[in-house]
Design a protein around this ligand. Sequence first.
Ligand code: FAD
Length: 497
Amino acid sequence: MRKAAVIGAGIGGIATAVRLAVKGYEVTVLEANHTFGGKMHEFWLGKYRFDAGPSLFTLPHLVDELFTLAGRTPSDYFRYSRLDPITHYFWPDGSQVKAWADTGKFAEEAEQQLGVPKQAVQEALQKSARLYKGTADTFLQKSLHRLDTYLSPDVLKALGCLSDLGLTTTMHQANANEFSDPRFVQLLDRFATYNGSDPYQAPGTLNIIPHLEHNIGAFYPEGGIYSIAASLVKLAEELGVEFKYNERVERIITEKDKAVGVETDSGKYKADVVVSNMDVVPTYRRLLPDQPAPEKTLRQPRSSSALIFYWGIKKEFERLHVHNIFFSQDYKAEFEHIFKYKTVSPDPTVYINITSKADPQDAPEGGENWFVMVNVPHNQGQDWAQLTVDTRQAVLQKLSRMLKTDVEALIEEEQLLDPLLIESRTSSFGGALYGSSSNNRMAAFLRHPNFSSKLKGLYFCGGSVHPGGGIPLCLLSAKIVGELAPAPSPAKPHQRH
Ligand code: FAD
């Protein structure tokens, strides 16, 4: 049986392992940490459970599809429900909007609360849907680095939307052209942060993102986001995938122009196919030091990172929901702090995710598990200890003011995540959340392909390569690798050395 070695058990690595096992490979996943999930892991602080990284889940069919592919019934492994409201937005002037799952209801709420014409809101969401439908098949579902992609009929569909694609305007300009209310523009601009980008630089193309959340929906998986990784690991193990934890890959073994296996701190594994779910920058720098690296690709600017305060809060806030946003006064200045000055704004937009609203067992009775996140630059040697102290203070002051409660007095458990910890725990270059940013209109073409053009048998999945970061795109990277890897023909069994 032909063998595949997957480096890393992040969501991209797990999904790739499932796809290769279904294709007939004998798959081994080598993971440096003691468990799977990478950024998608969970932990407890006393009686409070936290999803450590991702909190917003869209396109759940991409998870279901893996169970179906393996001949299983998805709901036997993984269940989720649609969130309503999706997000509760708060502005410094006291205005609030609940983004209801029903687009008509959301548009009405925007009209009532912000005076934005509801017709314009619905038209913007319809435009987002058209853009997505016209482009996703080409830009997200396929490799952009193979000629056959450009010979497919989907390209004609994408070309049909070219004028609508917004490549010549920034996301912010595109939104400001449609809406005069700065608060609603801020709400739409925020979607740039879904792949760690800056709406004042990123192309209007990113306006496809609201379609995912508003037209298709935002979902909450039973047991939290971590259950996505856990359920897929269960499936992978049933398919015979072997997970080896605490086993860091040190080198990809090559022979002439081919990847033939990996070497870890405890042994060598021969493989016909090697897939790196490790960030592409350290994959080249550490695992392939003797190979020429694609320098231009590796030098693409990184996405933003995050400071996260995990707080066990001994009070329930009825007006809060699963996803809550407390906007900054000056969004442009906030992004300049992140991408130009490479620091944290003194007035950051604050995101609070509270899974105990959906899963009450995630917090003790009368309490809530707050995941409090601020967008920050990726690590470039900043003084994170000082930035954390300052940002914690700014966040506490802002939330206490806007919620009219002394929040600090309610914290009974606390933990922190910063770009340095993200990097050391997952090897993500600079602790960036989503690989490279989309601040350049050619970004989609500048991400590393899902295969190596120099080394046969070497593939790449996960948030640092095509089509990008975030759970759905990582799952799509696995799909592309699953399709690119050759169907295994029977071969002599290999030995582990
Ligand atoms: P990663 O999660 O990066 O994992 C890589 C794995 O490879 C790790 O387990 C690591 O230990 C292992 N590894 C690395 N090097 C080696 C080696 N040499 N040998 C063996 N193992 C190795 N996405 C969303 O869709 N929605 C969100 O709301 C969202 N919010 C986020 C919030 C935060 C705080 C973070 C950190 C991320 C967020 N994301 C979100 C992004 C999302 O989590 C990631 O895009 C996705 O989980 C990345 O998966 P991955 O497959 O690239 O692997």
